[in-house]
Structures are given as structure tokens and as C-alpha cells.
Design a protein around this ligand. Sequence first.
Ligand SMILES: N[C@@H](CCC(=O)N[C@@H](CS)C(=O)NCC(=O)O)C(=O)O
Length: 220
Amino acid sequence: MDEVKLHGHWSSPFVYRVIWALRIKAISYQYVEEDIHNKSPLLLHYNPIYKKVPVFVHGGRSICESTVILEYIDETWPQNPLLPVDPLDRATARFWIQVVEDMGLSTWRMFCSSGEEREKEKRKSLEMLQIVEEKAIDDRKFFGGEKIGMVDLVYGVFGYWLGVIEDLIGQKLIETPSFPRLHARIKNFLEDPIIRENCPDRDKMVVSFKAIRERLLRSR
Ligand SMILES: N[C@@H](CCC(=O)N[C@@H](CS)C(=O)NCC(=O)O)C(=O)O
């Protein structure tokens, strides 16, 4: 069997998407922690364009970008599928994944900015979240139906990392009364045993994200 390796960083939501997928599919892998402030020659070799984690290495060949890695894993190990079979459902899932990727950028910018800029990015995030709340969520337990699917793994960022961001900036983005469905989905996701047992330490994240935010605000 070809060797499976994941190069990651302990606090990265993008890396956790891949960890969750590997756990859901019960695939054994070797984890390699990378220092993203002092990148290893191997990381730069595997991901010379973006120089970011996660990098997934299967049989010595590397794959970069978390959503590309998720699709590769789903195609290579078909057990516990992450994407639906129907082409229209697959396309719809990919669309909502694209939406959250765009929204994540605004939320991160909101975290790293202040004043009017922060308000602008917050408005953008809220607008997109409102559309997700109204158009993407039905009565099922997860975006993937009764089981966690790829869209859930990607929206997982809002389940765990957003809470830390909200605490640090002292503002809530996903208030329960405005986003009851999204809130329920996040709760279902975080209560799943695989997700619950595979999340970074929250206190450690608060310390690390606080330092990142202060550094970014100072450098502006
Ligand atoms: N679009 C990428 C984002 C990956 C990403 O931003 N990774 C961060 C860690 S959270 C990283 O490696 N940062 C190092 C850098 O920006 O130099 C993906 O989905 O994999």
C-alpha cells in the first residue's frame, strides 16, 4: 500500500479538513508538523507555488490545496463518500464550498483589521452567511445529509475557528436568532465524535491567534 503523509500545522483549519476526511474514511497516515514561519525545504519542494499547508503526499506524489486534497481522497478511497453521486448534487456541493472559501477570506480580513475596514468585511461575511442560511440549509442533520460530507468539512471552519475569532474581537458573527439553521448544523458537526476528538486545543489557539492578530494590526 502506498504511503500516505500529511504535512500540516497544528492550528490550521485547512489542515483539519483533511485530517477529518482521513479519519472519516479510516485511512492511516503519517502526520508531519510544519513550522509555517520557517518553512522546510520539503514543504517548499512539494508546494512551490503557494508554499502553504496542507500538503498531502501519496506514494511520494504531492497534492496541494485542501479542497483539491479532499476530492482526491474521496476518489481514491470511496468508503464513506464525502461528495454525492448525482452530478447536479455534486456541482451544488462544490458551489457552496466555493462560497465558504470566499466568505472565509472576508472573515479573516475582519479578524485582522479594525474600524471601518473591519465593519466592511463583517458586512460581507454576514451577507454571505444569510444566503447560506436561507438557500443552502434544509432540515437534514448535515450538508451531506445524515452523514458528514465535504461541504460540512469545509464549513467546519465556522464551527470551531470562528468561535475563537469572535472571542478575540469581542463580536459575534453567527448569533443564534439570526442563523438558527446554521447554528444547528454547526452544533451537529461539533458533536460528531470524529470531529470532537480531532480539533486543536482551544486555549492554545486563543493565545496563538491573539499574537497573530496583534502582529497583523501592528504591521498595517
Ligand atoms: N487555500 C489553501 C489555504 C491554506 C493556508 O492558508 N494555509 C496556511 C495555514 S492556515 C499556511 O500554510 N500559511 C503559510 C503562509 O501563508 O505562508 C487551502 O485550502 O489549502
